[in-house]
Design a protein around this ligand. Structure first.
Ligand SMILES: C[S@@+](CC[C@H](N)C(=O)[O-])C[C@H]1O[C@@H](n2cnc3c(N)ncnc32)[C@H](O)[C@@H]1O
Length: 160
């Protein structure tokens, strides 16, 4: 599932075109959703996609998915309200993940931090969290990395 797939669903199309998976796009804005669907149809990969016009916070059944990929970067400022919104979305997803499921969020890095809010996700009794920061060039000018939260199997201890 790709959350916030947008009018130009590049992340969803990259996943759908490179992996042997079905992709469910979730986009809350009706116009963005419609444009995204048109581009997916033009890609010739429509058979691999499902598209839902909804706010992720209104979806309560996420358990049919291996991974939830959140591309809701929420620009164009980093004020507290946006951080709260992104954190709310992250918690909404984590609360509905089954053991073994993963949530993958874009995580601003370098210059990206000027534009987009980060989410202070930490490993807990429920999830293991790992961050992947791209290292490109001497100053690492890439603008976003990834943070991955994996729901723990029942009874498993904390990862180290
Ligand atoms: C960065 S854009 C799209 C991604 C980008 N085109 C890509 O694939 O690289 C983020 C999208 O998230 C959508 N969005 C924001 N909050 C959302 C929410 N709570 N539920 C679903 N979609 C949301 C916005 O409407 C926007 O179209």
């Amino acid at each position: 599932m790709v959350v916030g797939s947008g009018p130009l669903p590049l992340t969803a199309l990259c996943i759908g075109s490179t992996l042997d998976v079905r992709v469910t796009c979730v986009e809350r804005d009706a116009e963005c959703h419609d444009l995204g669907r048109q581009l997916i149809a033009m890609s010739g990969l429509e058979h691999k996609f499902e598209s839902i016009n909804a706010d992720i916070l209104d979806l309560t059944e996420l358990d049919g998915h291996d991974a939830i990929v959140g591309v809701v970067l929420l620009g164009v400022s980093t004020d507290g309200q946006q951080e709260n919104t992104k954190a709310t979305i992250a918690q909404h997803i984590i609360d509905r993940m089954l053991p073994g499921m993963r949530m993958v969020l874009r995580d601003p890095h370098g210059l990206g931090k000027l534009l987009y809010p980060s989410v202070d996700l930490a490993s807990s009794a429920h999830v293991d969290v790992t961050r992947h920061v791209p290292k490109i060039g001497p100053n690492h000018p890439y603008r976003s990395g990834l943070v991955v939260a994996e729901r723990r199997m029942a009874g498993s201890g904390h990862a180290h």
